[in-house]
Ligand binder design. Structure first.
Ligand SMILES: NC(=O)c1ccc[n+]([C@@H]2O[C@H](COP(=O)([O-])OP(=O)(O)OC[C@H]3O[C@@H](n4cnc5c(N)ncnc54)[C@H](OP(=O)(O)O)[C@@H]3O)[C@@H](O)[C@H]2O)c1
Length: 330
């Protein structure tokens, strides 16, 4: 099969090679001796793969390896006790190995793909939407009628968070850096959009009559203190990632004085050993798909052999929605 490997840790420009590899066995590191083999039609591309080309992500396999954590495709084979059958359309989280014509995922991280979603949308569904639900609901304890501020709102996690938040009955305020991203955030369901280089904290407090209930922050960096200042009493700031480059530090007196919380949300770390929690998240996101709230926004599509360009787009802060590799034309 054709695949893309990371062969050196020199960044998106030079780290990738197109190679021919044997087809994978039906076994996954998270479920040894068992796995769903998927004919890959589309592979999702995300910030972690950019970091992996520099050896800067927490998942650091030995070189060379095939990156890519999620796919949309068709089941080729499944474990005997699975309800999935050959020929089913699925969205699957394989952790690694998605930048290839065939990939393997654990059964509990493989979900039927709704008829209304194409394979590219399937490849955009698990990492970002399961993270969004986990961050908003399980970690941020979002309730119907609350207001959520979303940083990096035109990105993969950001657009997913806006859609899931609407599905959970919240009002949404998106923070973005330019006009093009404002359009994307509005398409994803933002009720209000403010600019990251403007007085967004004061605007957010004004738009929410005194402070938002939840901040979802995949960006970090120097805007973090203003995120805390934008919360109302009992507000929760949910830490999701650090695309801004630096990891912020919290002066905890702010938490005490304003009765607010900083909450970490690491979806992968939480569900990898808890299939039952992941199934619950999958069912909840599936309901939001059926209800029409979740419809992944695919921003850019590249063929498999142009994976480097996909990573460069994310690295240059140019991506909107989800970036996808079209592995097979469907
Ligand atoms: N915790 C978890 O379980 C989990 C799961 C999935 C992903 N993540 C993390 O979430 C983060 C976002 O991932 P994503 O897929 O949404 O990425 P993305 O699509 O590239 O979006 C990231 C957004 O961050 C903003 N940003 C601000 N400063 C930036 C900078 N210096 N460089 C690049 N972007 C910058 C950009 O928005 P503006 O230009 O509008 O500011 C951009 O749209 C990553 O750190 C990823 O590792 C965490």
């Amino acid at each position: 099969m054709r695949a893309i490997q990371i062969v050196e840790l020199s960044g998106p420009d030079g780290a990738l090679r197109a190679v021919d590899l044997p087809e994978p066995e039906p076994s996954h590191v998270l479920a040894p001796g068992s796995g769903v083999v998927v004919e890959v039609h589309a592979a999702g591309v995300s910030f972690p793969e950019v970091l992996q080309t520099r050896g800067e992500y927490q998942v650091k396999p030995d070189l060379p390896f095939v990156p890519g954590s999620e796919v949309g495709g068709i089941v080729r084979s499944s474990p005997a006790d699975s309800t999935l059958k050959a020929g089913d359309r699925v969205a699957a989280f394989c952790l690694l190995g998605a930048f290839a014509e065939t990939a393997v995922a654990p059964e509990w991280l493989t979900f039927p793909l709704a008829d209304g979603l194409d394979f590219a949308q399937g490849a955009a569904l698990i990492l970002n939407y399961h993270t969004a639900y986990f961050a908003l609901k399980l970690r941020g304890r979002l309730s119907d009628g609350e207001t959520v501020l979303v940083h990096g709102a035109a990105g993969g996690v950001g657009t997913a968070t806006l859609q899931v938040a609407k599905g959970l009955g919240a009002r949404t305020i998106a923070v973005v850096s330019n006009d093009r991203k404002e359009v994307v955030a509005r398409d994803a369901g933002a009720d209000e959009v403010v600019r990251s280089d403007g007085p967004w904290k004061d605007q957010a407090r004004e738009l929410s009559a005194g402070g938002v209930d939840v901040v979802i922050d995949p960006v970090g960096g120097d805007r973090f203190t203003d995120s805390l200042r934008s919360l109302r009493e009992n507000g929760r700031c949910v830490v999701v990632g650090f695309t801004g480059g630096s990891i912020p530090e919290v002066r905890v007196n702010r938490l005490l004085l304003n009765n607010i919380e900083v909450v970490g949300a690491g979806w992968g770390a939480s569900v990898m050993n808890r299939p039952e929690v992941e199934r619950e998240i999958g069912a909840a996101v599936g309901r939001l798909v059926d209800e029409g709230y979740v419809k992944p926004i695919v921003g850019a599509r590249f063929p498999l052999d142009r994976a480097a360009e996909a990573l460069q787009l994310i690295d240059s802060r140019g991506a909107t929605g989800k970036v996808v590799l079209e592995v097979r034309r469907s």
